[in-house]
Design a protein around this ligand. Sequence first.
Ligand code: ATP
Ligand code: MG
Length: 391
Amino acid sequence: MKKLIMVKYAELTTKKDNRAFFINTLEKNILSGLSGYKVKITKDYYRMFIDLSEEDIDDVIKVLPNIFGIHEVAICYFSDQKTLENICLLSKNIIKEGTTFKVETNRSDKTYEIKSMDVSRQVGAYLLKNVSNLKVDVKKPLVTVNIEIRKEGVYVSGEAIKCSGGYPTGTLGKALLMLSGGIDSIVAGYQTMKRGVRLDFIYFESLPHTSLEARNKVIMLSKTLKKYGNTGKLYIVPFTKIQESIYKNMDNTYMITIMRRMMYRIGELLAKKINALALVNGESIGQVASQTLTSIRVVNDVSNYPIIRPLATFDKLEIIEIAKKIGTYDISILPYEDCCTIFVPPHPIINPNLNHVLKEEEKFDFTLINEAVENILTIDINKEEIISDLL
Ligand code: ATP
Ligand code: MG
């Protein structure tokens, strides 16, 4: 008898042609998520089995629900002895006293001599006799004992743990997340990863107006997403000259609007350079002056690149709830200011006028954009080291 973890795939099973690619990517992501453990994975069209040391099972079963592309996981017993007596013993292992249950049997080995219904009935009767305080409930049981009789042996699994679902990260290309130190953008990144998208990160920094602590906070945030799937690099854009130039020369009520247009411009240039297929940000309709629909319309005007706003329709409280669930909230509320907050004018414009913006931007020296892109700092967040001052 062997104790395994059974992994059931999420939505990827509907993707017929890409199925092998999805399953292989999921396997890679699981192996990387479980890099601290010695595991062996076997997989087929419908599920995976993870074979590992018994003492690691309790820990690993807590890690797996974070990894995107998994619908549910369950402890599963395997044996190549397919006798009814043995199936009964395996089933007894996965059921606790005092619960309601039903037994379901699936026989892909059609040469097996007992019919599925009869296996279920006999195992059910055995459990009622040998485990105290059990009750059969075929409609809404607390535990379903799943028995699968296959060529190589029998698999018996019990209570399943619901996982995050989504697609395996990396199966749907790469995007560039505009990551600030706040609550929202990292949650936007998490939501995007859930759809199979791998992330790189871009952070606009205004030293010395912002601190290295603020940068560290962003690095810490970017690292939190590692446990949900693979992530890439963090690009730090020196944004000081651009912000100072806007601050000194342009209509201050338009400060944020114009600054965000510069961010989008740089984001698009970098995204194209690193083959990221979209920009992602944490904008949420109406949350602040720069996120009214008018503001979004005026800011978005600089780019026709795809811009994903996973939180567009979320309330702040909903965002905070996710941030707490994924473990980013406590980092996000650390006090260090990022570049936006420092240059916020007392009365930012709620309904910016595009013509006025274009007029104001005539005063801007656009070579500063290229200069900023050329001086981007790249950090490999997995290795925790600065790779280069250039791309
Ligand atoms: P957050 O809580 O993520 O900071 P916010 O509610 O403070 O968001 P804004 O500061 O207006 O909102 O920013 C909106 C979005 O723009 C952020 O969610 C983020 O995606 C992006 N952004 C803002 N500041 C930066 C920055 N310094 N570097 C990179 N992206 C940024
Ligand atoms: Mg912010």
